[in-house]
Design a protein around this ligand. Structure first.
Ligand code: ADP
Ligand code: MG
Length: 681
């Protein structure tokens, strides 16, 4: 296959340049053709010399008006070549490149690009880029591609190589969308797109070429994910028998909400089928995901299987452990806790009990996916707050059983468009309702100049017997970043404001055992005010806490603040969230205002996206998606939406892609492999 040809053999490359190109990850002709420019410079406007502006980089046409002149000083050789166009004259200037003078013949016409300067009493262009007027232009007179380079390789060189490669090999690149599809979706065909993404004919063609490749990347990934979801579903898994949940449900101090029941039914339907469950449960903070998960655990255990529940932090794992113990206290279900911080002897015992099947449910951190953890009969894997785990970790956990069912829980509201690509291999259930009687958390945005008011208010609540969180963006004081640190707040400010309260400090750099001790004291009410960083963001449950104060709230994303706010409002007491802003900018105010107005996590996530821009949206960037060359799921959300519609339509029309053999084969051969590293199922 010519496209697999080693890059060395491409015209103009050779062994030396091949080494450089390989540094850029370009090993074959195909790699080269798909090595897209990182930027473009529009040099297509060709000006007259009289219209050139001093100080700007511009392109113009001119002929060589005289012989090159050489000026030798002790330090440097200057070569000057006069150029005219009938409207004016400039000198092209090179330093220490004496051989360049041999390139020029009087009267020859060039397209020249460079910055016009006034120097030596003349208009000059230093080190211009120029190409003969009659030649095909790669560096001037067009929209010029700018490639990522490595030392020893110049733009001119890679452009030339790319041009040759396109000329010799682009015909070999196969289109995998059929013609009808291309015209229906308004997509440029792949050959033209390759030519135009490298050497665009004009802006419009460049846009079309980019669109084609963005569409292609997103389309293939989305398609692969959907197909994967389907293939997982076809995989034979455990068929759990219907278990009688009544005794368990009757023992709860509340009735499930309709939304919880709806989601539970979806889970039960999965569990009762032969197919493997792969389900994401999304529900806003406090919507009651844990109980729903507990129901599924109950079913699995009653069927004689073990359950693993993995949480992203020690604190959260421990909390789940206690919550489950409480929920199952009237049953004979045995629950174990496996975390990184337990003593070696204790750990040995826990591992033993997991292996023997003495534990029905094991709650833990990443420690659960270590090699030494062996289950007796793992039938259900639950991961909480999935966005903290890579997809790979989820897969590692499931490998500890034989096609166990998988339940993923997240409180991160993800708009459907992203959910389809981030969790495209999962079915999605949404708990879209909070338990009744919850009081809305009253949310206020205040300026830092009146922050004492917030402290006074918090103190009042403490005196009523309530507890308070204070969250700061930093752990320690920093010279570089002007923001509140937990330590400063803890040591100085709160000494005064909270001298009558017991204040604790919690942050991610503390030893696990210290963290736990502080957290325990807070849970037990020994600490009134907990000053912390965002380590408490995920899932912590202390119903007696009614005030959340966030220092430098403008530094957090809305979705993150929403999560923080979810730590209060967990009881019948009215709760409060006070966001202290140290910024006067309108955008910051507008952003924080959103939280004061709504408590709907999905709305907040969408606003966050709208205002803050996509790049910042949650921590989802580290999610473990394959790298795109050109698409960006956040910036190209419109393309993504179209792609999803198109993929869904196509799969509906032709579930096995029987009429799309080329598409099928590219998915299976090329793309599936790339994905396999990520989704191991
Ligand atoms: P999250 O979805 O944030 O994980 P939890 O499962 O921690 O929410 O539930 C939050 C609180 O709401 C817990 O104290 C839980 O006992 C309680 N809860 C859950 N479901 C209900 C319900 N249907 N009615 C009343 N309270 C509920
Ligand atoms: Mg939870």
């Amino acid at each position: 296959m010519p496209l697999n040809l080693d890059i060395q053999y491409v015209k103009g490359v050779g062994p030396k340049r091949a080494k450089l190109l390989k540094k850029l990850g370009i090993n074959t002709v195909e790699d080269l053709l798909f090595y897209f420019p990182k930027d473009y410079e529009n040099r297509s406007d060709i000006l007259k010399i009289e219209d050139l502006k001093v100080g700007e980089k511009q392109t113009f046409r001119g002929y060589i008006a005289g012989s090159p002149r050489e000026i030798k000083t002790s330090k440097v050789i200057i070569t000057k070549v006069p150029v005219k166009d009938g409207t004016g004259a400039v000198e092209l200037v090179w330093y220490n490149q004496p051989y360049i003078k041999n390139n020029f013949k009087i009267g020859e016409e060039y397209i020249i690009n460079g910055k016009l300067q006034f120097k030596y009493g003349q208009l000059i262009v230093e080190n211009p880029v120029l190409e003969k007027s009659e030649d095909f232009k790669l560096n001037t007179g067009r929209i010029v591609p700018i490639y990522g380079l490595t030392e020893g390789l110049t733009q001119n060189a890679i452009r030339k190589i790319m041009f040759n490669a396109l000329h010799d090999y682009v015909q070999e690149v196969e289109e995998f969308f059929d013609e009808e599809f291309l015209s229906e979706k308004g997509l440029m065909d792949i050959k033209n797109a390759l030519i135009n993404i490298n050497f665009p004919q004009n802006e419009a063609y460049l846009e079309q070429a980019k669109y084609r490749f963005k569409y292609q990347e997103l389309f293939l990934l989305q398609m692969a994910l959907f197909l994967m979801k389907r293939s997982v579903k076809e995989k034979k898994g455990i068929k759990f028998e219907q278990a009688d949940l009544k005794p368990f449900l009757m023992g709860l101090p509340f009735k499930l909400t309709l939304a919880q029941i709806k989601v539970l039914k979806e889970i039960i339907a999965d569990m009762n089928s032969h197919k493997v469950m792969n389900r994401l449960v999304q529900g806003d903070v406090g919507s009651g995901k844990t109980v729903v998960a507990a129901c599924s655990m109950y079913i699995a255990v009653k069927n004689g299987y073990q359950v693993a529940m993995m949480a992203p932090t020690e604190i959260l794992a421990k909390q789940h452990y206690y919550t489950l113990k409480e929920l199952f206290r009237n049953t004979d279900i045995k629950i174990g806790l496996l975390s990184g911080s337990i003593s070696p002897s204790n750990k040995k015992e826990v591992l033993e009990k997991i292996k023997n099947g003495d534990y029905d449910i094991v709650v833990g951190t990443h420690a659960l996916i270590e090699d030494n953890v062996i289950f007796n009969n793992l039938g259900l894997c639950i991961t909480d707050e999935q966005h903290r785990f890579g997809v790979r970790q989820r897969a590692l956990l499931t490998q500890k059983g034989e096609n166990p069912d998988v339940l993923v829980m997240t409180a991160t509201p993800i708009p459907r468009t992203f959910a389809l690509i981030l969790y495209g291999d999962l079915d999605i259930s949404i708990i879209d309702q909070l338990p009744p009687g919850r009081k809305k958390v009253k949310t206020y945005v205040i300026s830092s100049s009146v922050r004492e008011k917030a402290y006074e208010f918090a103190m009042k609540e403490v005196k009523k017997g309530r507890q308070v969180y204070v969250v700061c963006p930093l752990i320690e004081e920093s010279d570089k970043i002007n923001a509140m640190s937990a330590e400063i707040v803890y040591r100085e400010i709160y000494k005064d404001a909270f001298k009558e309260a017991k204040v604790g400090l919690l942050h991610g750099k503390m030893a696990d055992s210290d963290k736990e001790k502080v957290m325990e004291e807070f849970v037990n009410g020994k600490i009134d005010i907990l000053v912390s960083t965002t380590v408490i963001e995920v899932g912590v449950n202390v119903p007696n806490a009614t005030v959340m104060i966030v220092e430098n709230a403008e530094r957090f994303g809305l979705a993150q603040l929403h999560q923080l706010r979810g730590r209060v409002g967990r009881s019948e007491f009215q709760s409060y969230c006070i966001l202290i802003s140290y910024s006067n900018s309108d955008i910051a105010k507008k952003r924080l205002g959103v939280l004061a107005q709504t408590s709907d996590g999905f709305k907040i996530a969408e606003k966050d996206l709208e205002i803050r821009g996509p790049g910042e949206f949650l921590g989802l960037r580290q999610h473990g998606l394959p790298e795109f060359k050109i698409a960006n799921i956040f910036e190209d959300i419109d393309v993504l939406k179209r792609v999803q519609k198109d993929v869904e339509e196509l799969l509906e029309k032709d579930p096995k892609l029987e009429n799309y053999p080329k598409l099928r084969s590219i998915l299976l051969n090329q793309f599936y492999q790339k994905l396999e590293g990520i989704i191991l199922n």
